[in-house]
Design a protein around this ligand. Structure first.
Ligand code: MN
Length: 239
C-alpha cells in the first residue's frame, strides 16, 4: 500500500535559552529533528547542515531503499560538519543529534544518533523507536540506574554519540507503517521534562496535529522549558 505522512512541526526556544539550536523537517515522506550542540552559532550550523542534507531525501526515488537514502544523507552531513569545523577553530566541537524517518510505500526507516527521540503511537500504545545515546541510558542498560533516576540525573543531557564530523554509525530501525499510525519526533527539550504517559495522552487527545503540537509545547513550558523544544507530529494515511 502506498502511504504518505501528514505532518506538522513546531519549535520553541523555551523559557531559558535565547537561541534555538533545534531544526526540523516535516514533509510527506520524510520527517527529521536535529538538536545542535557546541554553543552558538556552531550548534545551529550543525543542525542546519544535517537537515539541509536530509531534505532532498524527501524526493528520492520511491524504489530507493529508504534506510540507504537516510544513511547516505547523514554521512554527507557528517562530512559537511567536519569541513566547517576544520575551517574555523570557533566551530571545533560542533555537532548535532539527528533522528530521521523516511516512508517509502509502507516501509518506514528510522535512523538515529544522539538523544532526540522517535515514538510510534499505534492502537493506543506508545512505543519508543529510538534509544538515547546518553550517559544515563547506558547506566540504565547496565542496571546502575532506574529510568526514574535517569530523568533526574544531573548528567542526563550528556550525549555519548553525535554527528560531529567523526565516523559515526546511526542506529537504525525499520518497520511496516499502517494507516492510523502517529509518529512523533522530538528533541530532548520535550522528553527530558515530559514523561511518556503525558506524551501519549497528548498524542491521543488531540487528533488535530497543530493542537497536538501546541499541547506538547505547553507541557514543556509548564515544566519550565529549560531547553529548546521541537516536535514533529506525523500521521500515516493513504495517499
Ligand atoms: Mn536539546
Amino acid at each position: 500500500m502506498s502511504l504518505i505522512l501528514r505532518t506538522l512541526a513546531a519549535s520553541d526556544p523555551g523559557l531559558v535559552r535565547t537561541n534555538n539550536e533545534d531544526v526540523a523537517f516535516a514533509g510527506r515522506r520524510l520527517i527529521a529533528v536535529a538538536d545542535g550542540m557546541g554553543g552558538a552559532p556552531a550548534g545551529e550550523v550543525a543542525s542546519d547542515i544535517v537537515i539541509r542534507a536530509l531534505a532532498p531525501v524527501e524526493r528520492s526515488a520511491p524504489d530507493r531503499e529508504p534506510l540507504a537514502a537516510l544513511l547516505e544523507a547523514i554521512a554527507a552531513a557528517n562530512r559537511g560538519i567536519r569541513e566547517v569545523a576544520d575551517a574555523d577553530p570557533a566551530n571545533e566541537g560542533m555537532g548535532t543529534t539527528v533522528t530521521a524517518a523516511l516512508l517509502s510505500g509502507d516501509r518506514l526507516a528510522v535512523a538515529h544518533v544522539g538523544d532526540s527521540r522517535g515514538y510510534l503511537m499505534r492502537g493506543g500504545t506508545l512505543r519508543q523507536l529510538t534509544r538515547d545515546d546518553t550517559f544515563v541510558q547506558a547506566l540504565v542498560d547496565q542496571g546502575g540506574l532506574t529510568p526514574a533516576e535517569a530523568r533526574r540525573h544531573p548528567q542526563r543531557s550528556l550525549v555519548t554519540r553525535a554527528v560531529q564530523g567523526a565516523p559515526v554509525e546511526p542506529a537504525t530501525t525499520a518497520l511496516t507503517a499502517e494507516p492510523g499510525d502517529r509518529l512523533l519526533l522530538c528533541s530532548d527539550g520535550l522528553s527530558d521534562v515530559v514523561e511518556d504517559h503525558a506524551i501519549a495522552w497528548a498524542l491521543t487527545a488531540h487528533p488535530d496535529r497543530q493542537q497536538c503540537a501546541e499541547q506538547l509545547v505547553k507541557l514543556v513550558q509548564q515544566a519550565g522549558a529549560p531547553d529548546n523544544v521541537t516536535v514533529v507530529v506525523a500521521d500515516v494515511g493513504p495517499e
